[in-house]
Design a protein around this ligand. Sequence first.
Ligand code: BGC
Length: 831
Amino acid sequence: MTVARRATSDEPTEEQLKALVAELTPQERVRVLTGETTWTLFPLPAVGLRTLTLSDGPIGVRGTSRAPTTSAQLPAPSALAATWDEGLAEELGTLVAAEARAKNADVVLAPVVNLQRTPLAGRHFECFSEDPLLSGRMAVAYVSAVQREGVGACIKHFVANDSETDRTVYRSRLSARVLREVYLAPFERVVEDAGVWMLMAAYNGLDDGVEEAPATEHRRLLRELLKDEWDFDGVVVSDWFATKSTVAAARNGLDLVMPGPRGPWGEALTAAVDSGEVPQEDVDDKVRRILRLASRVGALTDPAQASGERPGEAASGHQAATRALLRTAAARATVVLRNEGGLLPLSPGTSRIALIGANALDPFVQGGGSAHVTPPHLSLPLDALGEAFPSAAITAHRGGRTLRHAPFMEPGVLDGGQVTVTLLDAEGRQLETRALPAPWDGSVRGLPADAASVRVEAGVRLDEPGEHVLEVAPVGAHRTEIDGALLSESTHHVAEEALLDSSASHPRGHVRSFAVRESGLELKVSATAQVVDAGSFGRFARVELRHLPPGPGTDAEIAEAVDAAREAEVAVVVVGTNPETESEGWDRSDLELPGRQYELVRRVAEANPRTVVVVNAGAPVLSPWLDDVPATLWWWLPGQEAGGSLADVLTGACEPSGRLPWTLPAAATDVPVPDAVPREGVIDYVDGLDVGHRGWDRLGRTPAREFGYGLGYADWSYGEPAAGTWREGAPLEVTVPVENTGTRPSREVVQVYLEAPEGGPERPLRWLAGFTVVEAAAGEEAGAAVELVPRAFQVWDEETGSWVAPPGEYRVLVARSSRDVRGETTVHVPG
Ligand code: BGC
């Protein structure tokens, strides 16, 4: 799909933009190049530029408001990619644009088009896929739809930003060819085919063999490739706090430093222009880009209208049409990994269902970090299944906790249902006292400039006999006590930059257990913790108070779930990751499900042969039960309509037609890139061109389920494929008749892979070259036409610095997955 590269014909010309810039003083020009706040740019009333507002992100539009505000919460991007459906990506892009307008946001900081190079990467769920072609096409559809509505998209993070460990300092080292063919490929598609208006330079550095520099100041990347070669005419914004220099960043292609108002530009940039270190023309070019973006989003107006409030439309997350779209998206994204004996969909007359699992009761619907949004409501599986199976008796069982941390303290255990927070200055003098009601998330915000630390005090009353766990989790330098006894202490002072480093900003819990007998127990918890000055994010302190009351314990909870499964007609076990597992800010250290979920699945399946396992995770987890349990669904991080989507899948109201956008490993030791950890500050992309499934092919390893896999609820047969004739620079069409041989209407993702001719340059053994989605009723035939773009045949020739299609006979494989080939033909590329 290709859309107009330039969005509007009434966009100001370069000459008009130059004339506008000429009206600005040198100081005004520099001022607009650093944010005014965390999310906004300085207005320039002199030329009619109103405040431009940016908002995260990939799961929905959070907006900038400090007040509690809700946003339509989408399924995670990897779920969207699992639909392989560009039409659906467009629908969600249109929704995101409407949400942005409702929140007065001009640019949405999404989508992420980095690749899932390793399943352990913390932001895996925020990316579309491990495959460059699938990622690029989903992103083009999404970005085109957002921008069609006059809202900017910002693709991120440019480039090779595929790990979170030491994320602001490591360098990615990869060859120009690997960069071009793999990691730049989705960016190139979105710049070329969707004409994206903004791009975010990443935290990491890049060593492409010629230049080694932070991504925010990499000249070859930003100026030579992006701006000169690709002709990108939008704005290059830094990732938040990523800009490390004044002169290098300004000269080498960065346009906008975020957040502000502090930062390495401002007066230092003015001085660098005055001294000639940074040419005035470089600054002017940046300002023109910002003005061009402003004109595209309607922020460049008559100077008289350049200030004042803009009316926002109502956010839509609660509206019926939005809910229906999000529910369908999450249901269609669901991947059927196994369905023996037609267990799914469940019969409408199912009389007794045991719904089991911590994630069934409390589904994990979005990963952590900057993409986080608060949905207007959450559809829960138990409620939705109740509606979907009105005549069934449904019982719900947690089957054991899976979180390591205790929950926040409930009001019932706290004296007065609250904690007392005293603000202290550097000398320990009291400035102010606040009473904060429980449950409290541990944050103290809006702190005055003279507050140096906070003291948190709480009286805790534990009445219930049994074992209680208290946990106190502060950020930064602190001292915590329970009943006067030291619990933890640290002098490590956390500064603004540390916010980006998960090990510093995510509180670590310090734990003590108490055995309570009949008479109860009263305790005093007190903690003093430093104030973190997080620049434009504000000054804050954090001390989480957590409490785990006595419970039946995991043994008993599992036993109860197993008993319920035995009595039920069907057991539905929802296993998965949780907020302690998948997040921005850290990488995972293993692929295991947390808690005792493997044991839970095994024992439930032993108790009930009609067991359906539902995996609630964005990134791969080891799934050793896969071939022992009759049905397994991959349900992703499904967003606000979680419950409804699961009900639709289980009843078959919506076909789960997802196909894996990544490879599901059978064993951790098989994973081609087994960690995301820099070595001596460097991540060496030794896997080269063999990203994702290509790596599995290269190493000859068999995953649990391969890339592109997904059964749906029907069967499909394939006829003979035919390929058009290759012509330089032109797309080539592969057609194949397919037939739905199942008993219900269905969707099929027809995938086309290529294999290289003999004797050419080293290539992946097999790579995805195109795909399309077809629909057909039961017994119906459909014709699939898959377009292969020229890049699908080309390699980057490092010697000539150009794209070439190596000549010869290419194998064209028409397939249901990367390893389930249903037909084959060839294409000849002449020499
Ligand atoms: C993330 C970006 C995000 C930005 C603003 C950064 O930490 O890497 O993806 O858009 O914060 O929240």
